[in-house]
Design a protein around this ligand. Sequence first.
Ligand code: HSE
Length: 405
Amino acid sequence: MVNIAVLGYGTVGSGVVEVINTNPESINKKAGEEINVKYVLDLREFPGSPIEKILVHDFETILNDDDVQIVVEVMGGVEPAYTFVKKSLLAGKSVCTSNKELVAKHGPELLEIARDKNINFLFEASVGGGIPIIRPLNSSLTADEIMEITGILNGTTNFILSKMSDEGWDFDEALKTAQELGYAERNPEADIEGFDACRKIAILSSLAFGNNVDFEEIYTEGITKISALDVAYAKKLGYAIKLLASSKKEDDNFYAMVAPFFVDKLNPLYAVNGVFNAIFVKGNVIGDVMFYGSGAGKLPTASAVVSDVVDATKHLHRNIHSYWSSKKLELTSMDEANFKYFVRINGKKANKLKDVEDSFGKVLEVVELDGAPDEFAVITDFTSEKTFKERSAKLDCIISTIRVK
Ligand code: HSE
């Protein structure tokens, strides 16, 4: 029997206990051992709940119990999660976590401790909710050099953008529903400002490229400036607006960014709606691969955590090697990246298009909306971020801009 302790009985923690209680036979068969939840740690009381008898309030009880071989950290936030995880690993207990803040900030250090102790630090649920993506990068796509990862990595923002487009909901209504459904972070700023997707692409990029991507160096824009008119223009032009997290290797340059993009109908990410996430990976041998599934929510996330518990059980005294080293990966400045841009212009097309083309060169599309008679929009040709910024600074009629994928 393998004893585990679950730190945190919130949405994901209660999901972990529920998943283990839902499929005990098949989970135990796949793990090759019986998995027993010996403790649940939480500051709160849960009278009448099935975990009442195994609830503890002091982490030391778990740390000092040599029978606990695997610790499941699903508290979220950096502290006290970091302290508890580090102490658990140093005590020889494997750790499975869904905590992307923790993994993005301390991943290399915690992986190194696990390596030294010949145990495991696993974090499948930290990116993409229930979608298997960490294990495929670590174990399946190992014949390839990864050239690009582009994904919809935040369920809350994808839910908001989908509802704004499909149902005409306003931003606040969609956010409130996402919070009620348990998708959003405690502080939804992390979702809507792109910080959550930023941490997730930092984790994926570090695993894919082998060196540590500092999430604080990733260019990050959220969706708070996206308006109903931006969405209407996108629809008229045949695009959807998606918050994309992306990293790319071009020769010796590495780019990473999070921002809303116009995504066209031919792109598989166009059809990824609601809380679903999708991750596109390009390898130099395999070509293109896509991963798709529920990106947030109690049971999908708990499913990924429990899959790590099974893996940790199968490798109790053997470290599963990870490619992610502590060496820093230097990112190339965003100024060097090239995009097409959607640009909304204040003024009539007849008066302003010439000024716009004098600045940006010949544009690829021009569009007007029935409900917005005093403005129009264009899509520019490819230009570097630096050139685009310089050119748009000279025009005083720009309402908004969004990159085009
Ligand atoms: N708030 C996150 C999301 C939860 O919406 O994707 C899953 O990491």
